[in-house]
Design a protein around this ligand. Structure first.
Ligand SMILES: [Mg+2]
Length: 180
């Protein structure tokens, strides 16, 4: 991203930047997502962020209501995976077992459009038309999804998410900046 792009996204968002960081839907949690409606709208692939979205920050287990929601999505026929910017490698295997889906590490990180490559490869997709990106952060999860033309859902983090200080500040900053 150019310097002017960085300033427009992270400091003084104009109308275009606001559009790129605006989720198509905003839910209180993954458990509140209407997967049936997504399916009926022709969406077929779900990419979930991990920390704050499927688990509390750096927790080894899914958050409340998450597994019920994921199993419902799976029973409808959705293909699913998780994509994290900073999941520790020793947590990936146990998360994959718990979440019943592959967990990929983004490299480059979200919001770089190429961050979605492992998910696209896994789904064997060439475009993002049927893809849904779900996450708790505007400037990573929602921005990367909108950049590639996916449908984006902002899920609020768990109330006792155990955000590290830096993440809590970043989350507050982006929500004030983008008025969400
Ligand atoms: Mg997150």
């Amino acid at each position: 991203m150019s310097l002017s792009g960085i300033i427009r996204t992270y400091a003084l968002p104009d109308a275009e930047a606001r559009k790129l960081c605006a989720p198509d839907e905003h839910c209180t949690s993954v458990a509140e997502i209407d997967f049936e409606e997504l399916w009926n709208a022709g969406r077929r692939h779900l990419v979930f962020d991990v920390d704050g979205t499927l688990t509390r920050y750096h927790s080894p287990v899914p958050g409340p209501g998450v597994m019920g929601a994921l199993r419902k999505a799976s029973s409808l026929g959705f293909a699913m995976c998780a994509l994290s910017n900073d999941v520790e490698s020793d947590r990936v295997k146990s998360l994959e077992v718990m979440l019943e889906m592959p967990v990929f590490m983004a490299s480059p990180k979200k919001p770089h459009p190429r961050a979605l490559k492992p998910a696209m490869r896994y789904f064997e997709l060439r475009n993002c038309n049927n893809l849904v990106v779900v996450g708790d952060r505007l400037l990573t999860d929602i921005l990367v999804g909108n950049r590639v033309g996916a449908y984006t859902i902002l899920a609020d983090p768990f109330q006792d998410n155990n955000d590290p200080f830096g993440i809590a500040v970043a989350r507050l900053y982006e929500r004030v900046l983008y008025r969400i």
